[in-house]
Design a protein. Structure first.
Length: 284
């Protein structure tokens, strides 16, 4: 087991057959943290309106989060579009878990990261809800097919994890264009807030890249890629993909500029500065 300062999760989609709750539980058992940030779509109320697929492992995920909060881990829940019913409770604490619409996280090295789910910067979700709902159904079908393919690959002894949804995103130009448009829009909003970076979810596409002066990080999901963002105690932040052999990340990118002077009040207390190394996620 390893200890990290903060864990950032998004798009778990509890309540659906595609949710890979067992792998998330494995990840959480291996990573203790002082902070746990849940960046939206943790519970999929959209899908549950059609059919509830709530496995025992989904209960265990909820219980594990509640247990961490009771034992002193600061848990912040930022609802997404699939659990948007909770947004009306922003600013309210439910026991040891606080619900917020967004958050400024002050990393150990002094850099400030804006935390948000991100659906506000998805033009399809904002202006064409029926298209988003249709796309959600199609994506879930793709993931179910991927689960069957993964089982077949294991039976045939084919090593590694292959994502059908990720392959489709790479090959469909409109999907790739949508991803970059989304990332640019979120990074622009982060720059307007005067922060050093943004950590979000929503598009199920784990990423760590520099967009202008902003470090853009996306947690990915626990439906297809099984990935999360973690901050180490020295302020180093990376994206981890949780596979059969545990977590992995790729080679570092060049270092970021020095932290900016604070222009947004931090909402999580800083600790002494440390070195930072940036990781780039592989294509999913």
């Amino acid at each position: 087991m390893s200890s990290v300062r903060a864990i950032f999760l998004s798009d778990v989609h509890l309540g659906t057959r595609a949710c890979q709750a067992e792998r998330l539980l494995d990840f959480l058992r291996e990573h203790e943290s002082d902070y746990l940030f849940l960046l939206g779509d943790i519970v999929d109320f959209w899908a549950m309106k059609r059919s509830v697929q709530w496995a025992p492992s989904h209960n265990t995920v909820v219980q594990k989060v509640l247990r961490r909060a009771r034992h002193g881990c600061q848990v912040i829940f930022i609802p997404g579009n699939h659990d948007e019913a909770l947004r009306e409770h922003a600013g309210v604490a439910f026991g040891d878990i606080r619900v917020e619409s967004e958050w400024i996280h002050h990393a150990a090295d002094g850099r400030r990261y804006w935390l948000v789910h991100g659906d506000e910067y998805d033009q399809v979700t904002r202006h064409h809800r029926w298209v988003a709902l249709l796309g959600d159904v199609a994506y879930n079908a793709l993931v179910r097919i991927n689960l069957l393919l993964s089982r077949a690959r294991r039976l045939l002894g084919v090593p590694g994890y292959w994502s059908l949804a990720g392959y489709a995103k790479q090959k469909v130009k409109k999907a790739v264009s949508f991803i970059f448009d989304f990332e640019d829009a979120v990074a622009h909003a982060a720059q307007q807030r005067g922060v050093d970076g943004v950590i979000c979810g929503h598009i199920h596409w784990a990423s760590d890249r520099r967009i202008g002066d902003i470090r853009y990080l996306n947690c990915g999901d626990w439906v297809d890629s099984c990935s999360a963002v973690v901050e180490h105690h020295d302020g180093r932040i990376e994206v981890l993909q949780w596979g059969a052999l545990g977590a992995h990340a790729l080679a570092p990118l060049p270092a970021l500029p020095a932290p900016r002077p604070a222009s947004v009040r931090p909402q999580s207390a800083p600790v002494p500065a440390g070195a930072e190394r940036i990781y780039l996620m592989p294509d999913i």
